[in-house]
Structure formats: C-alpha cells, structure tokens
Design a protein around this ligand. Structure first.
Ligand code: C2E
Ligand code: CA
Ligand code: CA
Length: 638
C-alpha cells in the first residue's frame, strides 16, 4: 500500500514538473535540457506502469491473466529504459558528442535486445518471466537481466562522472553523483530485498533536485540570447577577483542600437542581439560571454597579451561591421570596446565595473577611438573624478568649503559695475581650489547639484542681506541654475523658500539657465519657473550661441536678458560677424544683452561698436572673492 502511495506521490510531483511550462515546454534550448525532458517522460511511464501493476498485485483490481502478465513485463522493461535515458543524459553533458552518441548507441543496443526478448515473451509465453499465477514473477531470467542491465548503465555513468569530475561545476557534479549512486543503491535493494520503495523515492527526490538546480541556472541566463546574464557576470567576476588570477575583461557596447530598433523594429533588433551573442560564445572558446543589459555584452578571457587582444577586437569589429542579414535586410553596427585587466588594474568587482564604465564613457567622449584599454592615464582621470566627488560630498556637509566668487558685470554707457555673476568654487584640503568647470558636471551626474545650488543661493542671499549698501548699488545678481533645480519641483520649492526668508530686493536676482534645461521635461520646469518668478525673481538665458536655439524657440522663451557666450565674443573676424548677427537679432527681438568673456580692448571695442550694453569678462575682472568684490563696488563705483 505504502508503495502505491509513494508512486502516486511521485507521479503527482512529476506531473507538476511537466506542467510547469517554464521548465519543460517553453524554453528548453540546450540538448541537455531536452534530454532531461525525456528522463521525466520515461520516469512517468515507469510510474504509470508500476501503479497499474501494483493495483493488480495488491488485489484492488483484478486483470485477466494475460493483461496482468503484459503489464508486469512492460513495467520491468521500463526500469532499464528509464535508467538508460537518465544516465545518458549525464553522459551527454560530460562526453564529447562523438563519444556520447557511441556509448548511447552501444547501450541502447543491449536495451533493444532486452526489450525484444521481453516482448516476445509476452507473445510466446513464459521463458524469461515465470509467474506464480498471474501475480508475481517467481523465476526466469527476465528480472535478473533487467537488474544487471540497469546496474551496468549506472556503473558506466558513474565511471564517466568520476573521470570528468574536474570539468563540471560543483553543484551539477554533486547531483550527477548522488543520482547515480541512489539509483544504483535502489536497484541493489530491489534485487536483494525485493524492496521497490526506495526506487521511486530516490528518483523523485533526485529529479526534483535536478530541476531546482536547473531553475537556478535558468535565473543566470539571459532570456533573449540564452547566454549568461548580468547576475552570472557579477558572480563570476566576484569569484575571479577573489582568486586573484589574471583575466582580461572586455565590455562591448553596440552603438546606436536604438536606431536599429527604431528603424527596423524590435524583432530585428532582438535577432541582431541573438546573433551577436551566438557569435561571441562560439568564436571565443576560451572566453565566457555575458549579456549585461540591452546592447551591452561582456567577455571574460584568461589574461591576453596585447597582440591577442588586437586579434579578438578585430574579430568582433569585423563581424559587426560586416553585418547580419535579417529578413532580407543587411544590418550593420559599430562596437565600442573597453578592456580592463585583472588584477593589475582593478582589485574589486566594483572597481572593475567602474573602470569599464569609465572607459566606455571616455570612448563616447572622445569619439575618435572605439577601443580603449584602461590604462594609467585613465586610472588617474578616474581617480581625480572620484576625489572631486568626495570633495563635493564633504563640502555639502561643511559649507565653509564652498566659496562664492563674484565676477562684475559692467554697464558700458555709464562705465560702472551694475551687477555680478556669483560663481562657485570648491575649497578642498587636499586638492586645493577646484574649478566649477570640473566639479559641476560631476555634481550634476551624481545628483548632488541641487544641494550645491541651495548652498550658493543661501550664501549669495546672506551676502546681499549683510551688505545692504553694496546691494543697493547692484541692479543685477546672477546665479546659475542647473536642470535638476527646475525639473524637480521639490528642489525649486526649496530655493523659493530660501529667497522668501531673506529680506532682500528680489528683483535684482537673475537665475541663469541654459536652453537645454528648458527642453528637459518642460512641464515640471514651468511649475518651478512660476514658483520662482512669483517671488519677483527673473530668469536669463545663459551661453547663447552654443546651443541649438533657433529664432522661433528664442521668441517663445520668456527671457528679457540673454547672455552671449564667450565663444562668440572672443577674437576672430568670423566671430565678429557672428556676434554682429546675433546681437542684431537679439536687439530686434527686444532682448537685453550681456556679452560674456570679453578679455581684450579689441573685443571690448567690437562689443561697444555693436551697441551691446552690458559686459562681463577678464578685461574688467576675473571672478573674485566676496571681500574684493565689495571693495570694487564701493571704491571704483563711486
Ligand atoms: P558660466 O555660467 O558660463 O560662467 C562664466 C564662466 O566664464 C566662469 O567660469 C567665468 O570665470 C568665465 N569667464 C568670464 N569671463 C571670462 C573671460 O574673459 N575669459 C575666460 N577665459 N573666461 C571667462 P567659471 O567660474 O570657471 O565657471 C564655469 C562654469 O561652471 C560656469 O559657466 C557655470 O556653467 C558653472 N558654474 C559656476 N558656478 C556655478 C554654480 O553656482 N551653479 C551652477 N549650476 N553652475 C555653476
Ligand atoms: Ca552663467
Ligand atoms: Ca555663460
């Protein structure tokens, strides 16, 4: 009775495995997994035949003697069939294709002989299987042959597993070994004690274990390309970093992949990714290929010499440039490749990832070179970037590290300082004074800019509040505002609060924004905009002449004052013409103009000749610390 319960239970477990679509129908890509499906099928066959036989043997249902004999013989055939299918599943994983099919053929040969003889026995009568009544097999060679044949399969598989012990990953080989040993043991138990319990139990248990380990592996596979995914890459990388063995790691970005998707559709885009993945994993047998995300792949090689890297890169680039034919369309792409060497250039997996990202970024910035090996120079640049980032973080915690410099803005007609632009500097104990050109982009990238803006706005407000005389002489104080300050309404609200709480004339404040800021998420920007302008603050357009602003957008943008960029103002005949064109156009649109970056007397003359009223530049003064600026207004502006 217990036996039947065990078998019934096993059957239910197997049925649920079979119905688990993800496991056995939808995606069974590798031949190994296809083979495992057959293991489950033959096991189910065994269980069904076992149950059918046992209901008869235990007397629940009585078959005709002929049917009973047939079922019992079929049941005994199913044991070696199942054993063989299972054991060859392992052998297929371990042996080369040639040896696997040779051994499978020989072993199947024996099985075919056994099956033929048993089937003949059903037809011709008891030679192999001698029955007591129609219930039990009490003699003949049938069962001993079945036992020896099955045992032989397990012994052979065991030998193969042990011979390949080192090649297989530890979880797979443990499952293989345990399954084979359990199967062997249950066969022996059955032969000696006539106890079939263990067979079903151990098979069910081992198949379940196998299934779970397979599912784990499945989690490590990219669903589209069926190669290992980012999680697998991170795990492997961690392991490799810990062992300290030398590796070359390539991060490969397929460029402009969005264009391919947009132009040809996602179906074709996916197909390209699949082909590329297949190319990498079949061409570089010494490497492991991963799909990290989207159009980004990684390859881990044992450390390669320079000439070997050149060869690898060439193979990759050539294949991609040659392109792939998909649905009659030839689709080509272009690769950016970053290379980092372990452990020379990075010691932790975070360092590896950062260095790779950093190198890819450097490639995108340079645009001249699409393959870069992470090197000393990049290492320095990266280190500097990280140092600057920590300096920013430190300055946010200790605001005294943030300095505000003021650069005067001069009204040409009156020859008087009428305003200033507040410009940030970072004072770091180790790095000295850091220029905003260096730290502002980093702060924006790291999402820290709004904090910095808050601080400089507060400091500028305090400056105006504590120097009312100076403030009274200024009709303009510029503050630079970044995209984040306007696209997150929360940040804008915070700025508004600071302005609101300071008793100063808000109408002198100009918030300088570049045109790109306005184009990013216009909805949020317009909310922030009204929040700030409701307080009396005004906006002005910065860096005009560097962006894409066309006349139409400029007319629509609500700026009274526009600052012409230094690149337009600086020397050169062509630039003078451009400056003339731009300032003429702005004047006709009724905008006030500030010319930025005036360095020489000649430039000043040009600006004056064009009737530009306000000027900012080294010709008058560089940005200077607060004290010096105060001195400037009070002394020279009398
Ligand atoms: P920007 O807003 O275009 O500021 C003008 C920059 O041009 C300043 O550089 C100024 O020193 C420089 N400059 C002015 N006149 C001349 C000249 O005659 N010759 C030359 N060669 N340069 C001149 P700075 O202070 O290094 O700032 C660089 C950039 O950093 C600024 O460009 C601005 O985009 C950003 N920045 C500075 N402070 C802040 C801030 O508080 N917040 C934000 N978001 N950005 C800031
Ligand atoms: Ca500015
Ligand atoms: Ca500017």
């Amino acid at each position: 009775m217990e036996l039947m319960v065990t078998e019934l239970f096993s059957l239910i477990v197997m049925a649920s495995l079979l119905f688990s679509r993800r496991a056995l129908q939808a995606k069974l890509p590798t031949p190994v997994e296809k083979h495992m499906k057959w293991v489950v099928y033959t096991y189910v066959l065994y269980l069904v035949l076992a149950l059918l036989s046992h209901v008869h043997i235990l007397g629940f249902i009585t078959y005709t003697p002929g049917l009973a004999r047939t079922l019992i013989i079929l049941h005994s055939i199913s044991v070696p069939v199942f054993t063989l299918v299972w054991m060859t599943a392992f052998e297929r994983e371990l042996l080369s294709a040639k040896y696997a099919s040779l051994s499978a053929t020989v072993q199947t040969g024996f099985l075919v002989i056994y099956i033929t003889a048993s089937l003949l026995d059903i037809l011709l009568g008891s030679r192999l299987f001698i029955f007591s009544g129609s219930l039990l097999v009490t003699g003949g060679y049938g069962l001993p042959i079945m036992f020896r044949l099955s045992l032989f399969y397990t012994v052979f598989a065991l030998a193969v597993i042990l011979a390949h012990w080192r090649v297989v990953d530890s979880s797979s080989r443990l499952i293989m070994l345990l399954s084979t040993l359990f199967l062997m043991l249950s066969l022996i138990m059955f032969q000696i004690f006539r106890q079939p319990y263990m067979f079903a139990l151990s098979c069910t248990f081992m198949l379940l274990l196998r299934y779970l380990s397979w599912q784990r592996k499945e989690l490590m596979l990219d669903t589209l390309t069926r190669i290992p995914n980012n999680q697998a890459f991170q795990e492997d990388l961690n392991r490799k970093v810990n062992t300290n063995t030398p590796y070359s790691i390539l991060m490969v970005d397929m460029e402009n992949f969005r264009l391919i998707n947009d132009r040809y559709g996602y179906g074709i885009g996916d197909e390209i990714l699949r082909r590329f993945a297949a190319f990498c994993s079949t061409s570089f047998t010494e490497a492991k290929t991963y799909r990290i995300v989207g159009n980004r792949f990684a390859l881990i090689f044992p450390l390669q010499a320079h000439y070997q890297l050149v060869r690898i890169v060439k193979a990759l680039v050539t294949e991609t440039a040659r392109g792939w034919m998909v649905h009659d369309q030839m689709i080509r792409s272009h690769l950016n490749i970053a290379i980092v060497e372990l452990p020379l250039q990075a010691n932790t997996s975070e360092e590896v990832m950062e260095s790779l990202d950093f190198t890819l970024l450097a490639i995108k910035e340079k645009r001249r070179q699409s393959v870069i090996i992470f090197n000393q120079k990049l290492m320095h640049v990266r280190k500097r970037k990280l140092d600057v980032l920590s300096a920013i973080r430190a300055a946010i915690l200790d605001e005294s590290k943030i300095l505000v410099y003021y650069q005067p803005i001069v009204a040409l007609k009156e020859n008087r300082i009428i305003g200033a632009e507040a410009l940030m500097r970072l004072q770091d104990d180790r790095l000295g004074i850091i220029s905003p050109a260096e730290f502002i982009p980093g702060a924006e990238e790291a999402g820290l800019i709004s904090k910095l803006t808050e601080i400089i706005v507060r400091k500028a407000c305090v400056f105006l509040e504590t120097n009312p005389l100076a403030a009274a002489r200024l009709s303009h104080l510029s503050l630079n505002i970044s995209a984040d300050d306007l696209t997150t309404v929360e940040a804008a609200r915070k700025l508004a609060e600071i302005f609101e709480q300071t008793p100063i004339d808000k109408t002198i404040i100009r918030l300088e924004v570049t045109e790109s800021v306005l184009l990013s998420s216009p909805k949020a920007v317009s909310v922030s905009w009204s929040l700030l302008s409701d307080l009396g603050l005004r906006f002005m357009l910065d860096d005009f002449g560097t962006g894409y602003a066309n006349l139409e957008t400029l007319v629509q943008l609500p700026f009274e004052i526009v600052k012409i960029d230094r690149s337009v103002v600086s020397n050169g005949q062509n630039n003078f013409e451009l400056l003339a064109l731009i300032s003429g156009m702005l004047a006709r649109l009724g905008k006030q103009i500030v010319a930025e970056g005036v360095e020489t007397a000649q430039q000043l003359e040009q600006v004056r000749a064009l009737g530009i009223p306000y000027v900012q530049g080294y010709y008058f003064s560089k940005p200077v610390p607060e004290e010096q600026f105060l001195h400037m207004i009070t002394e020279t502006n009398k």
